[in-house]
Design a binder for this molecule. Sequence first.
Ligand SMILES: NC(=O)c1ccc[n+]([C@@H]2O[C@H](COP(=O)([O-])OP(=O)(O)OC[C@H]3O[C@@H](n4cnc5c(N)ncnc54)[C@H](O)[C@@H]3O)[C@@H](O)[C@H]2O)c1
Length: 251
Amino acid sequence: MIKIALVGANGRMGQVISRMAADSDKVEIVCGIDINTQKNFDYPVYESFDDVTEEIDVIIDFSHHNSLLGTLCYATKYEKPAVIATTGLTEEKKNCLEIASKKIPIFFSANMSLGVNLIIELAKKATQVLNGFDIEIIEKHHNQKLDAPSGTALAIADAINETLEEPAEYIYDRHSSRKKRSKNEIGIHAVRGGTIVGEHDILFAGCDEIIEIKHTATSREIFASGALSAAIFMYGKKRGMYSMSDLIKGE
Ligand SMILES: NC(=O)c1ccc[n+]([C@@H]2O[C@H](COP(=O)([O-])OP(=O)(O)OC[C@H]3O[C@@H](n4cnc5c(N)ncnc54)[C@H](O)[C@@H]3O)[C@@H](O)[C@H]2O)c1
């Protein structure tokens, strides 16, 4: 059994992962780290890594970007692989991931679902074919989500930008200026409401035709299952940065 420390154990995602891991014969959660230390499963929950005494094989972090440095400190000190699923990371914090990956294996994905990673590939292909189309990304999430736009919407925009000859500017707020849309932009829009698990819609609007590529998550289990697969994949890996495409390729 692969022994997992789960950061954000008492969050929405932490709870789903805990339920799935309880039914697994491959992984076992040996402790949680959360500022809310309530014990909801049969593992202890600590306020920080300072209190962890359990033997750990892999860390999974679905929490808040404030916890990232604590996770990376522990992972680097004890040379443990870390699966980082927390979103809303600043460029500085993404840089910390890169630095840590020189010493330990780091898996980072703003979206652990196979389907979302497929639509990212489809969006890159569509961008190459639909030259000159206006690209807009509309994401929808539940009313408790803290970051906006979603990490996934930004990951989609970044992937599209890598494909464009001239990088586009991201426009989040059309309200702040009164002017026509320029050709060289990607509009990114966040909708928040109810219990929406996650929707990402990539719109390619051309002259007299519109193409939409859309993913809808109907349960958090797809992310939990992806994160547990990533933890199994990362066990015993060499240092470096890993992503969903490595997991899909199985490399
Ligand atoms: N990569 C993915 O596929 C994916 C999917 C869903 C959610 N997420 C991201 O995962 C994160 C958690 O999502 P959620 O819906 O479970 O959120 P949530 O708010 O329900 O849970 C977050 C948990 O982290 C804990 N926490 C907050 N600050 C902490 C800190 N400094 N140290 C330790 N624990 C801390 C909170 O007490 C809470 O229990 C968010 O960043 C979200 O965007 C990623």
